[in-house]
Ligand binder design. Sequence first.
Ligand code: 4AD
Ligand code: MG
Length: 462
Amino acid sequence: MQAMLVTDLYDQYLIDEKELITEEELCFEGWIKTNRDNGSIGFIELTDGTCFKTLQLVYNKENLTDYDTVAKYLTGCGIKAIGKLVLTPDAKQPFELQCTAIELLAPCDETYPLQKKRHSLEYLREIPHLRVRTNTFQAVMRIRSVLSMAIHEFYQSQGFVYVHAPIITANDAEGAGEAFIVTTRDDGNYKEDFFGKKTCLTVSGQLHVEAYALAFRDTYTFGPTFRAEPSNTPRHGSEFWMIEPEIAFADLDDNMELIEDMVRYCIQYVLERCPQEMEFCNEFIQKGIIDRLQAVVDSDFKRMTYTEAISILEKAKEDGVEFEYPVYWGCDLQSEHERYICEKVINGPVFLTNYPKEIKAFYMRLDDDGKTVAACDLLVPGIGELVGGSQREERYDELLKRMEDMHIPVEGMEWYLELRKYGGVKHSGFGLGFERFLMYITGVANIRDVLPYPRTPNNCMF
Ligand code: 4AD
Ligand code: MG
């Protein structure tokens, strides 16, 4: 085969139709999605991975000496196709490739699991190395990539410093004992262990990034976090990614403003840059999702205190709404409560603020009433908690007291307390679960289907 212009679908679909190269021969490399023929003319739907759309290849007996061989190529084969692009204004695709040659690059046999029929998401979870070739995962994983950049661009464009918080850590940030232990021994003798002490995979980069916020003012982390909680739900991963901004000279209101700006910016970014993928989600994953997301971009997020939420939930109970878990001031809100508030009461994103101190982490700033803390959780329909954040306790004595009350050992946390001694100005931050955000944007209902290789209890394939 002679040398010729090798191109990809992404480039072709970007070009205005009038500028498409239709005179010269072009070469495309990709994989067969479908191949059908009637003995004299055949059609291959080709995907090359560079964009969501596919290319129709047309081949016929007159042009192709090996027509009969090509007609036998199966779904999944890697091929190279050469021909001229022809505009097809009446077809569902804007153009097709009239092939003069089709070369087999890599065979695929009939045991290939991804045949034309639709597969359940549950089945696809068993083949994470192949499921990424399906339309659903092509859409979701490209949006995942674009959403990552949206986050970076949002913060970078405002001068935030990106901090790589450590993955291996000597402290368990939330104090909840849900960390995976990192060890090279099998006897649990941490003193003799690799680091000479007990270490874990991080559950949150917050404490480490607080130190950076008190030097750079505006900072964020964006990295993997690990939780050994046995929660087997559609919203919990044992390994997930979290964005944790931390901003100095900022209170709870500044924090909520930042969360709201970020969520709106990122949704808009994805809607603009992934129109084909979002159309697919809109049609096949969650009907109407584009309109719902657009409404979120165009609206202000509602705010409500925990105390107000409790009275609404108590009222709902009186009116006959049934909750599995009890509702009373002081209770930790369950997913059913959170979803009732944002789905039934607000019908959109809502911040719940000022939770009882007993149910929140030790580092949250105590409110003047001495009962609640300056926390804010962002709840969204379909997901529940998307963001958890707070203003941090910047007063040394108050923080020490909270740690004592909550039995958090000071040993190993001296550095964190020291931040309060040396210019520890007020500061705030939050954590946004990246996968939950991706679920919210794509409409995917299970976290296992937005993680490339999900890790959940009893599940770590490859
Ligand atoms: O509410 P969380 O536990 O907050 C923190 O970790 C704080 N240190 C954050 C901070 O203030 N810097 O977690 C934050 C978010 C949750 O709102 C949720 O979206 C997500 O992280 N998240 C999970 N996502 C997937 N799987 C899990 N197991 C998750 N646990 C929390
Ligand atoms: Mg939380």
